[in-house]
Design a protein around this ligand. Structure first.
Ligand SMILES: [Zn+2]
Length: 301
């Protein structure tokens, strides 16, 4: 469990030290023509503060993928890299120097053998996931199974710290294997959109429903914004478990109810606001119609 007091220290530790020296490695050329694989080990280019430039870390990872033949011998960083996800993510800050135990990797062709080498040989790697960054992870609707990325090795816990337009930061802790990769809009962007909607429409700070709450970011924000009550709902029981953890981490102990239902089946009296944050690509027409019957204000994030 992480506590708010530790967060500022963690954010500070993302920054490079004065001795960190950046290295850019060409992304479009075969890596084997750019770096001597003999010297590319866990100590290669490591600063005394313990961090290494991102390109060096990704090259080290790629070297192992080439040696294990899950990518071709002429692999490039641009074409063949796994998705590197930060184990501790602050806002849109993308550090160029990576500390030990900081990266969660995702690639469709990872194997147990590769995962084991990545964890053993690349100090920055904390978890190796197998899967496609395009795939839908979680529970799409009530007729579908819950799907995950496969954890091949390591700990997939991810901490996401978001700035907000209120004074406070919001912290979300999740299991990365249970979530799709956000591409279009980050959660921080969604909070800004929600904030502006509330301000522009002068929405009463009464009762709101976070219809597909997931980790709870939007509903937690509504409580911080001053809503009297927030109803959290999600179809996926794993999200409910994570939500409870996140409420506690963000210091919220009352003013909410939690439901674990498909929104199509969800019944609740009239409220002031429904917030809908569906999976990308899901048809939400019926959901919006239902929400409009329940609430004066409906926002689709
Ligand atoms: Zn350094």
């Amino acid at each position: 469990m992480i506590f708010i007091l530790e967060i500022d220290e963690k954010i500070k530790s993302l920054e490079e030290c004065e001795n960190c020296r950046d290295v850019q490695i060409k992304k479009f050329s075969p890596l084997k023509d750019l770096v001597d694989f003999e010297t590319l080990n866990g100590e290669y280019m490591r600063c005394k503060c313990g961090k290494r430039p991102l390109d060096v870390v990704m090259s080290h990872i790629m070297k192992i993928m080439i040696e294990e033949e899950i990518v071709p011998g002429n692999a490039t960083l641009r074409r063949n890299s796994p998705v590197p996800l930060a184990g501790f993510y602050y806002s849109s800050l993308n550090p160029q120097f990576i500390a030990e135990n900081a990266l969660i990797l995702l690639h469709p062709d990872f194997t147990y053998g590769v995962a084991s080498r990545l964890i053993d040989e690349v100090p920055e790697v904390k978890c190796v996931l197998k899967g496609s960054p395009q795939s839908t992870v979680g529970q799409l609707d009530k007729d579908s199974q819950i799907s995950h990325f496969e954890i091949l090795e390591g700990d997939d816990t991810q901490i996401n710290v978001m700035r907000t337009l209120l004074q406070e930061k919001i912290i979300l802790v999740k299991r990365q294997s249970r979530h799709h990769i956000e591409v279009a809009m980050t959660t921080e962007d969604k909070l800004v959109r929600l904030h502006n909607y509330l301000n522009n429409n002068n929405v009463k700070r009464g009762t709101a429903i976070d219809c597909m709450c997931g980790l709870g970011a939007l509903g937690i924000y509504l409580l911080k914004y001053g809503f009297e009550k927030v109803i959290f709902n999600d179809i996926n029981p794993e999200m409910i478990e994570a939500l409870k953890n996140n409420l506690e981490i963000n210091g919220i102990s009352d003013g909410y109810e939690i439901y674990n239902e498909a929104f199509e089946d969800f019944e609740f009296g009239d409220v002031d606001l429904c917030v809908i944050d569906a999976f990308p690509g899901v048809d939400i027409e019926e959901i919006v119609k239902k929400a409009e019957k329940m609430a004066e204000n409906v926002i689709v994030i």
